[in-house]
Ligand binder design. Sequence first.
Ligand code: SER
Length: 350
Amino acid sequence: MQYRGLNELREAYLAYFESKDHLRLPSFSLIPQNDASLLLINSGMAPMKPYFTGEQEPPRHRVTTCQKCIRTGDIDNVGKTARHGTYFEMLGNFSFGDYFKREAIHWSWEFLTDVVGLDADRLYPSIYEDDEEAFAIWHNEMGIPSERIFRFGKADNFWEHGSGPCGPCSEIYYDRGEKYGCGKPSCTVGCDCDRYMEVWNNVFSQFDNDGKGNYTELKQKNIDTGMGLERLAVVVQDVDSLFEVDTVRNIMKHVEEIAGVTYHSNHESDVSLRVITDHIRSTTMMICDGVIPSNEGRGYVLRRLLRRAARHGKLLGINRPFLVDICGTVIRESGDAYPELVRSRSTSGR
Ligand code: SER
């Protein structure tokens, strides 16, 4: 498999789905519009809920995006582990009442194997427990032996987030090899360790959840596909964690330079380097989209992230305002993909 940078992978994905007649849209703002159920956009589908429900007519019935996302549910683990983060980019291809399971499955496989060059023998699909339609596509059309297709229940293979469009899903896992495994005899697809990494999530969005657990069939059947860009880069670049992915590593190198410390030299400074690197990515993106620090709502999330980053700077011995300098590196690494970063440079960085 050929090495590719994160920016190159993003472009390869969006161009591939353009070649399948998808309209490429820019990332939506991190600030949800007309959606009181979310403080911040947390997935590629979130800004497009009205297109899934049929309430609004999309600009095209096939759309592809790379969406800026923030998830802070695991914030206390950020830094402590090498895999938690609050900011990530989600690649997505969406069908609003257009194609359904067959095309979504075929294209996900073709992209991962032919375009990215992942070894098909290391890829394992999973399906929702009784989704025989998805099973038949994987088995009969894609030629995947039945013992390589894993069936998972609602906790793993039914995607929903609070209220809104949701449905059963079919994920694709990549076997990163024994060196990333926990070594337990029971280790297999679905294990919590780092060996079998979920890279792709095909959600067959066909229900609406009213937020109280009542499901109704949507007017149309949709596809909501999500793939974490940093995760894909971890696999393609064969690195240990998101902090080793090229663009993220470049941000951390700048923090290392300012702090005069080296990553992987001791546990405490590694925690601080990871916290600052993650939080500077999320806060730069939030400020760029117009979030202002405050005592409530998303402004509070921003304030908390900034404070944590600043505190970890102190722990590293940095005694001057430094986050604004690191912002400049975030803008350099991601400015081509998100031109709004360059336009709002004077608000968030230098
Ligand atoms: N909504 C799904 C997810 O976030 C797929 O895009 O994983």
